[in-house]
Design a protein around this ligand. Structure first.
Ligand code: AMP
Ligand code: ZN
Ligand code: FE
Ligand code: FE
Length: 278
């Protein structure tokens, strides 16, 4: 039986692996396919696909967008996107610029809280990709302000933390549209982290095609719950580890894997979307 991990970050967002290292790790985990799903960036996909030829692995071009859902943000991923689309790439570039400005705001808030970090170094180290909270958390550990990434999020950077700053204000329907326009299959990422199940019927009407029922932070009973919701709303089921390389306490590559037949369904959905687009 063949398996896939459909949620993987590289160092073009807040993962620690280069695209080549991510593909090598996927090979080591004996995966047939991985979807590279960086936040607001598709820059890893080309190099990952190139490396994948050496391992006989399928690299699915993907991405993860943040959308504003009132109280908190939700994440919408896209699989099988036309990652070379110039307009889409330009849009992502703007999202990354907004992230830089946001990081500066977060760093200012931290300084007000007496936790000064070096913004120039942050940008030098991580600024070539999508700069995010995980990077800031890593810098805070360097400065000894906490003992773990989790502690940083709990005390400062979490969605309700004192140094939290929202990103660009993109509506979920706009995130779905952006993905559909480049022929991608829009999927609601790690729904349990967001705790906004009541949004699912509307998202489905707006063009959502799948739910990430399997995820590192969703236990089997949670996955069952989302499999039922997927069935109820006519959505596909996907899953992935949300591997950030060594960016989190453990390398998660392949720790959440789904049977390849689910990938086939996703691929068919992508073909439908691409046919409508053409
Ligand atoms: P950003 O896109 O900058 O808002 O950062 C989002 C990323 O921060 C997520 O992809 C996670 O990797 C990480 N993150 C968010 N909340 C937490 C948390 N409570 N604990 C650890 N990491 C988190
Ligand atoms: Zn991330
Ligand atoms: Fe996410
Ligand atoms: Fe993610």
């Amino acid at each position: 039986m063949e398996y896939a991990d459909l949620h993987v970050h590289t160092n073009f967002s807040d993962g620690s692996f280069t695209p080549e290292e991510a593909v090598a790790a996927a090979g080591k985990a004996d995966l047939a396919a991985v979807s590279i799903t960086d936040h607001d960036s598709v820059e890893a996909i080309g190099p990952a696909q190139e490396a994948a030829k050496r391992y006989g692995i399928e690299v699915i071009p993907g991405g993860e967008l943040s959308a504003d859902a009132g109280r908190r943000e939700i994440h919408i991923m896209g699989h099988y996107i036309d990652w070379k689309d110039p307009q889409f790439r330009e849009r992502l570039k703007i999202f990354r610029e907004v992230r830089l400005e946001r990081a500066a705001k977060i760093v200012r808030k931290l300084e007000e809280l007496g936790k000064k970090i070096d913004f120039e170094r942050l940008v030098r180290t991580y600024g070539k990709g999508s700069l995010g909270r995980l990077h800031i958390a890593q810098e805070m550990l360097e400065f000894g302000y906490a003992r773990s990434i989790d502690e940083v999020f709990e005390r400062y950077l979490g969605d309700y933390g004192p140094a939290y700053v929202p990103k660009q204000r993109l509506q979920p329907s706009e995130a779905i549209d952006l993905i559909l326009k480049v022929g991608g299959v829009p999927v609601y990422a790690h729904p349990r982290i967001s705790h906004r199940d009541e949004l699912i019927p509307r998202l489905a009407k707006e063009g959502l095609r799948g739910i990430e029922a399997y995820h590192s932070e969703q236990n089997p009973s949670v996955s069952d719950h989302y499999k039922r919701l997927a069935e109820k709303y006519g959505l596909l089921v996907t899953g992935g580890s949300d591997c950030h390389g060594k960016g989190k306490s453990e390398v998660l590559m392949g720790k959440v894997r789904i049977p390849y037949e689910l990938v086939e369904k996703l691929k068919d959905a992508g073909k439908d979307i691409q046919a409508q687009r053409a």
